[in-house]
Design a protein around this ligand. Structure first.
Ligand code: ADP
Length: 254
């Protein structure tokens, strides 16, 4: 089966600093990939390239078989238009550390916004779908609340529902629990576990090694812009081959 995300020699630099130094990976349909690694290792940059929040500098990236950001004509690559970028971006949905909900809209309006404005879904249909998603993340009773009235964990569950409402081919999570108080982490991980169990393809940057062990099909460890090792959660988290992976895991578990 064709991969949902494929990167080949993917490079990204900020000025002379290379944040990604040639990433090669394929993520299959329904796969849950967890990315771990120290701060500054390029994890978020990789997600941002997939979501086209960053322009790739070298190598190539495909989402759902489409070359991201470029069109090939013969042997030449041409940058695609903003409109085409916006269309490609719909194949992915990103959940950020900081929730990023619209503060002046209610929870249900937050979830309806993308489907109505971007996908042109009729309001009634978008509302019904939003209420269903809210029930799925356990927040049906909060549909008319404003984000400020919710805890961080609840806001993040709404953000996940909002991302799901766009029916992406792949969900990208960038440290979705890092900004939460410890007692609120579990409820967000539980929702992510459900999303994974429903068969969604997911790429998750996280320091939650317990989640990675339990839910990931594959874990990769990144350091200084490279994938240092990749394998099953058992291989990477319990029996890593590389000393940098071992050091990182013992530091996180401390
Ligand atoms: P991680 O997600 O692993 O913490 P990032 O992908 O956020 O790492 O960042 C990788 C490196 O790229 C870091 O050294 C960071 O400082 C640098 N970086 C990220 N974004 C920018 C930017 N917009 N401009 C300059 N440097 C950046």
């Amino acid at each position: 089966m064709n991969p949902i995300v494929k990167a080949k020699g993917l490079r990204k630099a900020y000025g002379s600093f290379e944040a990604l130094k040639g990433i090669d990976i394929e993520v299959g349909q329904g796969e849950v990939l967890c990315i771990i690694g120290p701060s500054g290792s390029g994890k978020s940059t990789f997600l941002r390239c997939i979501n086209q929040l960053e322009v790739v500098d070298g190598g190539a990236l495909w989402v759902c078989g489409e070359l991201v950001g470029y069109r090939r004509v013969g042997n030449k690559l041409y940058e695609i238009s903003e409109r085409e970028i916006a269309r490609q971006r719909l194949m992915t949905s990103m959940v950020f550390q900081g929730f990023n909900l619209f503060p002046h809209k209610t929870v249900v309006e937050n979830i309806m916004e993308g489907p109505v404005q971007v996908l042109k879904t009729p309001c009634k249909q978008a509302e019904a779908a939003a209420l269903e998603l809210l029930a799925r993340v356990g927040l049906a009773q909060k549909c008319n609340a404003y984000p400020i009235e919710l805890s961080g964990g609840q806001q993040q569950r709404v953000a996940i529902a909002r991302a799901l409402a766009m029916k992406p081919a792949v969900m990208l999570f960038d440290e979705p629990t890092s900004a939460l108080d410890p007692e609120l982490v579990g409820e967000v991980l539980a929702v992510m576990r459900d999303v994974a169990a429903a068969g969604m393809t997911m790429i998750v940057v996280t320091h939650e090694l317990g989640f990675a062990r339990e839910v990931a099909d594959r874990v990769i460890f990144m350091d200084r812009g490279e994938i240092i090792e990749s394998g099953s959660p058992g291989e990477i988290l319990k029996d890593p081959r590389h000393s940098r992976t071992r050091e990182f895991i013992s530091a996180v578990l401390k």
